[in-house]
Design a protein around this ligand. Structure first.
Ligand code: PLP
Length: 378
């Protein structure tokens, strides 16, 4: 096997879930959001581990019905909300078959879900998504009255939840916008109740909302970033200490002494200024080590920082190890994570490239094996 791998500490994810749960208190349920293969960490492994180790696990959240189906096929029994709803009628049927609860944000989805419920001789639960200002999924508050009246025609449907999504819960200078979103949602909830519906769940908060807007919780929070220990989407208010679960490693597969003035990599973007010891790493942008890291990023070798030199290419990346004491063929190289007394976080790496940690962990490709651990590796 090529020596490039990601380590995922499942015990850290379980511990982070537990901390979120303690923070929000026992009246509020916590959804572990594991869409996009658990933000690249591995949804199946996480779901199986959390079910086994957390007696008080409430919900999983995925984006697509297909993601939910994979979890059910892996034996996952916890309630699953499909945050992205479903596309057409055949998928509505799959949701029922696999006991996945979809969000609904178009009128025609009511018809599809009701039809699928009738065909399966059952009732179907769903969560209604309201667009309170994100401008993405959700019906507009102005459509709510018509939506509720339409819903009354479908006795096979159960309005199990009402939800919305905050756009800028992490940005204090946009507090007025967030307060307006919360007020809009509260008004919608009042309208829902006045129409005779009583959804069991009301929810609004992602990780940033969980940290900064406790007055808006409803009775369920949806945590992604916090679960993985990623905190760069939370703004400055991080009242919960979470632990990053993922680290990324490779090894030196070639060491080469080159003279001053040598060109390294595609496009001659780097020339050595001195005689240098250059190491080749078997990782590139196909693995999710983004090309934007070229000539900017650093990695850790023997606990010391070494710069990326030249362009990151598809399968290979070069680093300068001239200043590393005793760099050796086969040395472990840490791209994200700790090495002796130093560390590089996904957040720091993302900041170098002007993005967020989620994009990095989601971008780790299937070519990178995930090694699942339930305790520290060293
Ligand atoms: C992805 C997602 C979340 C989780 O967001 P984090 O910032 O990772 O906590 C919550 N709610 C919805 C609707 C989402 O799509």
């Amino acid at each position: 096997m090529r020596p490039t791998w990601a380590e995922v500490r499942l015990d850290c994810i379980a511990d982070n879930y537990h901390k979120i749960k303690q923070f929000v208190g026992d009246k509020i349920e916590v959804m572990a959001v594991i869409k996009a293969n658990g933000y690249g960490h591995g949804a199946k492994a996480i779901a199986n581990y959390l079910e086994k180790h957390l007696p008080a696990l409430d919900w999983f959240g995925v984006a697509l019905a297909e993601e939910g189906i994979l979890l059910r096929q892996a034996g996952v029994n916890t309630p699953i909300l499909c945050l992205g709803g479903f596309w057409q009628e055949d998928q509505a049927s799959e949701c029922i078959k696999y006991n996945l609860i979809p969000t609904i944000y178009r009128f025609d989805m009511l018809t599809s879900l009701a039809k699928a419920a009738r065909a399966n001789s059952c009732q179907a639960k769903f969560h209604l998504k309201i667009d309170s200002g994100m401008g993405r999924l959700g019906i507009l508050p102005s459509e709510l009255n018509l939506f509720l009246n339409t819903l009354k025609n479908y006795p096979e449907l159960i309005l199990d939840g009402a939800m919305t999504h905050l756009a800028s819960a992490d940005e204090q200078d946009k507090n007025t916008f967030t307060e307006n979103q919360i007020a809009t949602f509260q008004n919608c909830l009042a309208e829902i109740k006045a129409s005779g519906f009583n959804p069991k769940y009301q929810h609004i908060s992602n990780s940033a909302g969980t940290c900064s807007w406790p007055q808006a919780y409803g009775n369920l929070v949806r945590a992604g970033g916090l679960l993985y220990g990623l905190t760069d989407t939370l703004g400055s208010n991080v009242p919960i200490t979470v632990t990053p679960a993922l680290s990324l490693h490779t090894r030196i597969i070639l060491l080469k002494k080159v003279p001053a003035g040598a060109s390294l990599g595609y496009g001659n973007s780097f020339f050595t200024k001195r005689e240098s010891l250059i190491a080749t790493l078997p990782i590139g942008y196909d693995d999710g080590l983004m090309r934007a890291y070229s000539n900017k990023g650093q990695v850790l070798v023997r606990g010391q920082f070494a710069p990326i030199v030249g362009r990151v290419s598809m399968d290979l990346t070069l680093i300068d190890v001239t200043d590393i004491d005793q760099a050796t063929l086969g040395d472990k190289v840490t791209i994200i994570g700790k090495s002796e007394n130093n560390a590089i976080s996904a957040e720091q790496m993302a900041a170098v490239m002007g993005t967020i940690s989620y994009e990095l962990t989601c971008g780790l490709s299937a070519r990178v094996p995930r090694i699942y651990l339930s305790s520290p590796s060293e």
